[in-house]
Design a protein around this ligand. Structure first.
Ligand code: XIL
Length: 330
């Protein structure tokens, strides 16, 4: 039997290697997580709806449990996420009477949320996704429509970063998004973050979610995106990496085990992704997978509900896949 080296150990001089976890996987994948990852992110437990389901009622239990697990096992923690259009309760955007809240109220709530959460974990979370997915995928407008934007205005982003910086001046503050390598969206993310930097808004990095698949995006597009974002003098984190075995428009639901093509392609892709990350390890300071092993991945329910996917480096029995051996063979 081959000795399996620790993934994060192999990359310790390049960047942190993290995984998204939840209360179930923290138990079911405990050994694997302890061995291979030195950074943890809550898959859902630090989102607005988890931490403040009702105004003024903060529910920190599950997030606290993640923090104690991390502390006991000497893991760093990446925070995800403070301001997002999803998984945010309706009360945030409403008055007590049920009408739409005004800018002032919303900013006050944003500040309360950010400062309460960040101050609780001050010094324990090295980096936060302050604003998640604010940029529009297509069309002429820079930002997507969201209640944050509609009610506060476009400067809701500036405000979020300012509140976050006041709450924990030592945390690295990130703007995080998906489709981050797509040229059209890349330019929008670039111009948003560039204007934040120019205005002196405290932003320290850009998060590339990296929800990729075995065919797209191209390595070239990813490289250009990394260069473009890095040219702003910001750090880069890969925040939610997975490599789906299905192309974006592949709607098959009858694949019960990964095909040879899937395995070969995925192995090649992981190999070139990590080669690229190593090349840019002066700007890429953290690489987090959106899960640890193929027995649990959010892609089993997205974009097609109930369709098994195998997007990670470890298989359903927590054994290293061919992709893993490529990634550590450097
Ligand atoms: C996903 C979680 O993995 C799921 O469990 C949840 O049902 C929905 O959210 N972009 C993000 C993450 O920023 O927060 C999302 O996580 C995946 C896409």
């Amino acid at each position: 039997q081959k000795v399996v080296p620790s993934l994060s150990e192999v990359y310790k001089d390049d960047f942190k290697v993290g995984a998204a976890v939840n209360p179930i996987t923290l138990h079911s994948q405990k050994e694997l997580i302890i061995k291979h990852f030195n950074s943890l992110t809550a898959e859902n437990e630090m989102k607005f709806e988890s931490l403040q389901p009702e105004e003024g009622t903060f529910t920190f239990d599950k997030a606290d449990q993640l923090l104690s697990f991390a502390n006991e096992n000497h893991k760093s923690v990446r925070g995800h996420t403070l301001v997002w259009h999803n998984q945010t309760p309706d009360w945030v955007f409403k008055t007590k009477k049920g009408t739409i809240a005004d800018r002032y109220t919303l900013l006050e709530r944003m500040n309360t949320h950010i400062s309460t959460v960040m101050e609780r974990y001050k010094g324990q979370i090295y980096s936060w996704d302050v604003v998640n997915e604010a940029v529009a995928d297509t069309g002429v407008s820079l930002l997507r429509d969201s209640k944050w934007k509609d009610i506060v205005g476009e400067d809701f982003i500036d405000k979020a970063f300012e509140y976050a910086h006041l709450a924990d001046p030592n945390a690295a503050l990130f703007y995080n998004d998906y489709n981050e390598s797509h040229p059209e969206k890349r330019e929008k993310i670039y111009s948003l973050t560039k204007s934040l930097v120019e205005k002196g808004v405290p932003i320290h990095g850009i998060g590339l979610q990296a929800h990729w698949n075995i065919y797209s995006p191209s390595l070239d597009h990813i490289r250009v995106a990394i260069e473009r974002y890095a040219s702003l003098g910001l750090q880069i984190h890969i925040t939610e990496m997975d490599v789906s075995v299905y192309d974006v428009d592949d709607k098959r639901t009858d694949v019960k085990v990964p095909t040879q093509e899937m395995i070969i392609k995925q192995t090649e892709r992981y190999n070139s992704f990590f080669e690229l990350f190593r090349e840019y390890s002066d700007v890429i300071t953290s690489v987090t997978f959106w899960g640890a092993a193929d027995d649990y991945t959010w892609l089993d329910d997205f974009p097609v509900r109930g369709r098994k996917n195998w997007p990670l480096l470890f298989d359903e029995h927590h054994q290293p896949k061919q992709s893993f051996w490529q990634v550590i063979n450097r």
